[in-house]
Design a binder for this molecule. Structure first.
Ligand code: PEP
Length: 260
């Protein structure tokens, strides 16, 4: 049996509107209500416009809600941004930083992600920092270096006391979305072990308490093998999680693979 808490989350990206998000969350809570939350944590990141309704229909002791992005200032002349204070006002306590689409489509930098992580921690939120190498990085053999840089800059200034509030998702860029190829389990394990080593180097024992989730084309065919890997603490699922009944089955299969 695999020990420790297991994490299952999904980023809904820019797909579900208000009504679809509420229906999805209602169904997911109903289907997973019997799963013991001491052993697992479930979290969902809806679109901004759906967050107020999501917060209304969700019991966050069953499904934690998070935002997909955040501006790093409390308020000010930052047109189009949503601040941590605004998210807290809605009862949102988790925020993602550094999703590959933010880094590669919107050209965000490691420094941008670091400011969001800092702001989240300063406001009592849980930051979920996504890291991952591109196909080119992998070809040049610099995946570890890239991951190390993303972690060291993204988590710069985080104290040992704060570290256990952080979560990390390893999402190789080449594995994400409709054109992605899932990482081979052996490769995912090697990268997760490398990430954990960096986290221990940065935060000592507190670093080993940071959960590291795998994301990138997780599906019903590979979830069991990926979650059973020793250095994988959870699954961060996109497409395969966007129907509540399918996500529920994937979670239960993954738990069974861990002897739960
Ligand atoms: C993602 O976009 O973070 C993701 C993991 O998506 P998918 O599972 O669809 O590859």
């Amino acid at each position: 049996m695999k020990a420790g808490k297991l994490y299952f989350g999904s980023n809904l990206k820019m797909y579900k509107g208000v009504a679809d998000t509420a229906a999805y969350l209602t169904e997911l809570q109903r289907l997973t209500a019997d799963l013991n939350r001491e052993g697992i944590e479930l979290f969902i990141l809806p679109s901004y416009t759906a967050l107020p309704e999501a917060a209304r229909v969700t019991d966050q002791s069953l499904v934690r809600l998070g935002a997909q992005n955040m501006g790093w200032e409390e308020e000010g002349q930052f047109t189009g941004e949503i601040s941590c204070r605004m998210l807290r006002e809605l009862g949102i306590g988790m925020v993602m930083a550094g999703h590959s689409e933010r880094r590669h489509v919107f050209r965000e930098t490691d420094e941008d992600e670091q400011r969001k992580v800092r702001c989240a921690l300063d406001h009592g939120m849980i930051p979920l920092l996504c890291v991952g190498e591109t196909a080119e990085d992998k070809r040049y053999g610099i995946s570890r270096e890239v991951l190390t840089m993303q972690l060291k800059i993204g988590l710069y200034g985080v104290s040992r006391e704060e570290a256990p509030r952080v979560r990390v998702a390893y999402e190789p860029v080449w594995s994400i979305g409709v054109n992605g190829t899932p990482a081979e389990p052996a490769y995912a394990e090697t990268m997760h072990a490398a990430i954990k080593e960096v986290l221990r180097g940065m935060f000592g024992e507190a670093g080993s308490r940071i959960p590291v989730l795998y994301g990138g084309s997780v599906n019903p065919g590979n979830a069991r093998e990926l979650i059973a890997l020793p250095s994988v603490d959870g699954l961060y699922v996109g497409r395969a999680a966007w129907q509540a009944d399918k996500f529920n089955i994937l979670i239960r299969d993954a738990l069974a693979a861990c002897g739960r």
